[in-house]
Design a protein around this ligand. Sequence first.
Ligand SMILES: O=C(O)CCC(=O)C(=O)O
Length: 323
Amino acid sequence: MSQAVRPKSCAKTYKTAELKVLKILSKIDSLKLSSSYISQLDIPKSSGNNVWGRKSTVYALLLAVLVCVVLFSARWVHRELLGSRNCILELPSFSKSVFRPPEDCSMCAGVDDVVRIANITAEEFEEKYAYSTTPVIVTDATNGWRALEEFDFKFFADFYGNGKNMGKQINDCFYFAYKSGLNSLNEVFSMDEARANLSGKPWYVGWSTCYDEETRKLRTFYNRPYFLPKTAESDMVDWIFMGGPGQGAHMHVDSVKHMSWQAQVRGRKQWQLAPPPECLYHCRWITFNVAPSEILVVDTNRWYHKTNVLPGDISITIGAEYD
Ligand SMILES: O=C(O)CCC(=O)C(=O)O
């Protein structure tokens, strides 16, 4: 752009800048530096007066702010609406279902109800149900479990020291607050007595065990279900869901590694299974109740599912994945 077409207000600025540059050049000249030396110097290409340089700084800042807002909103939705508290960079469950590959609807076509069975061998269970998408309830697999007698709110409150000394547990393990507003196991086990007895604000929570020792101790109250395939193994993580009538887990699909079983130790819970959205015209919703001492096996990675504790006792379940 020639001097003649510059706006008047800029002319003075450019003149000053020109003088400054001339001054710098004469200084360099007085230093008698060779041109090859000068060409090797690491001189920044853009200056503070470079409009694009300033713009890109602003864009970068805006982008950083946007990323922060998205991450914090995702975390808030994850914690407050979906009731989960995991790593900030972990995708919320709704996004997992959005990015899930489409299902082959033969997984649910013709599945109209849960199958109730007893006295089944591990071989038959493996062949028919262990890795299938047919939901099944085994009615005779908790015989002799101390958990049936001993698991209640107080048991877990004592087990976890009434929320005291829970240390790393709060940060490292899975915990689902659902709509309880209780943001950690610490808060669960220090809630007031009325609420713990289900006469205060309703609540429902779930969590996974964190430590081998914790899992080992809990497992002295129940056994590996007899019907699981002989070769099936579980890692040292068990899952507990606990809460009062009218509460439960929202509709979601899991993305855990394996199939899982869940024993209804206390209380009664209704399950609703929904086919994946792409199979809604091929498959039906299934609703069934699980009673104390029954074990449900359902592929929660493929069936969308939601739960609701039925009127009466507190619902407590214990479960684990198996490969
Ligand atoms: O037992 C419940 O209430 C929820 C269980 C669940 O959502 C799951 O296992 O993925």
